[in-house]
Ligand binder design. Structure first.
Ligand SMILES: [Fe+2]
Ligand SMILES: [Fe+2]
Length: 165
């Protein structure tokens, strides 16, 4: 399924995609910041982040409306696109991210033997933990995204068999 087939090289479509990713990320990031502020006793800043997060979600939804026009799309179309996205995540993205995180951790461990200062030791130890955690999470998400993909495939098959009748 190709959206906007005659304008696939449009800079504005690319900008909409980038703006959508940025607004969606801001929404999640601000929710995280709100939790962090609340945990540290700053309720006012927490509320400011939550209020802004709501607006960022609206901005993301407005962009996604233009990127995925309702008038052109059916449940089959959106399931096909979702399957493509999930398949990319579990077959390519997360496995390669996991390998890269493990390789980065190994390189850091090998380089760490000649570090001198205590503070930089602690920091690189913290960063090695982050890399190990990221590798573990990427591996776990490979399985989760595969299941998402299977659910979407089953839904698409069900939708198609209903349509065929
Ligand atoms: Fe925004
Ligand atoms: Fe997913």
């Amino acid at each position: 399924m190709t959206l906007h087939p005659h304008h696939s090289d449009s800079p504005t479509l690319a900008n909409l995609g980038a703006a959508f990713a940025d607004e969606a990320a801001s929404h999640v990031k601000y929710l995280h910041f709100a939790t962090l502020c609340r945990e540290q006793g700053d309720e006012e800043t927490a509320r400011l982040f939550e209020e802004t997060a709501k607006q960022e979600l609206k901005h993301a939804l407005a962009h996604v409306e233009l990127l995925y026009p309702r008038s052109q799309l059916t449940p089959q179309h959106v399931l096909e696109m979702a399957i493509e996205g999930e398949a990319h995540e579990y077959s390519t993205m997360y496995p390669s991210f996991r390998d890269a995180a493990l390789a980065e951790g190994e390189a850091l461990a090998a380089a760490g033997t000649d570090s001198r200062q205590d503070e930089s030791d602690t920091r690189s130890e913290d960063f090695r933990k982050l890399l190990a955690l990221a590798a573990k999470r990427f591996a776990a998400l490979t399985g989760v995204e595969r299941r998402h993909c299977e659910h979407y495939r089953a839904a698409l098959a069900a939708t198609n068999s209903t349509t065929d009748k």
